[in-house]
Design a binder for this molecule. Structure first.
Ligand code: HEM
Length: 185
């Protein structure tokens, strides 16, 4: 996993909890990297799972909730860091439909060693998008949080249902997104 994901996670812990909490979980996790990440470096994704496990233990918040919160936060950061991906895109479904072919494919050009999941999207009708996540790593909750962050960004009310099809961990999940009617006027 790229260092940028780790640095964003640690910054989120510092701001949502405290700098001391960030130090504590890094110490307790006993990481090969020592918790020092550079944006372009690549680190074992197990370090992220370990940091989240430590944060869960110290805060009594479930790991899934922590990863989803991080995903939502991360989407806001991606918006700041990579504004060009947002040019000309006006809705949650349009943005999510081009993750695979436009966004992550560009990420792969920037970072050839990026470990990215595979997404398959099917537009079932105007208000329903099916998005299937598959990865060698168990980060479906991160995807869930990013999807939620995307809907918040576009100011749309989207209900996210999920069906876990994983054989192990959270590696294969089908999300069904239903856009709710707006009650304008
Ligand atoms: C501007 C938007 C986005 C950018 C720039 C971006 C970029 C990235 C980067 C740099 C990584 C790390 C790769 C690595 O660790 O080697 C990553 C991983 C990931 N991305 Fe995105 N991403 C974006 C949007 C999204 C969205 C909207 C979703 C979900 C629908 C998503 C799902 C994921 C997941 C789940 C991973 C973790 C790796 C895995 O599950 O195997 N990303 N992305």
């Amino acid at each position: 996993m790229k260092g940028i994901v780790f640095s964003e996670f640690i910054e989120m812990v510092e701001s949502k909890f405290s700098p001391e909490m960030a130090d504590e979980i890094i110490m307790a996790a006993n990481l090969p990297s020592g918790g020092i990440y550079t944006a372009v470096g690549t680190y074992d994704h197990g370090e992220m799972l370990e940091l989240v496990a430590q944060l869960s233990e110290k805060t009594d918040i479930q790991t899934g909730d922590l990863i989803r919160t991080f995903g939502t936060h991360l989407f806001g950061r991606f918006n700041e860091l990579y504004p060009t991906f947002f040019n000309g895109v006006n809705s949650t479904f349009d943005f999510l439909s081009q993750i695979e072919e436009h966004v992550h494919s560009e990420v792969r050009k920037l970072y050839p060693d990026a470990e990215l999941p595979v997404f398959e999207t099917v537009r079932l009708d105007a208000d329903t998008l099916e998005m299937t996540y598959r990865s060698g790593r168990p980060f479906a909750d991160l995807a869930m949080g990013l999807i939620h962050g995307c809907a918040l960004h576009f100011g749309e009310d989207v209900v996210i249902d999920q069906e876990d099809m994983s054989e192990e961990g959270r590696t294969h999940v089908r999300f069904t997104l239903t856009r709710q009617p707006t009650h304008a006027g």
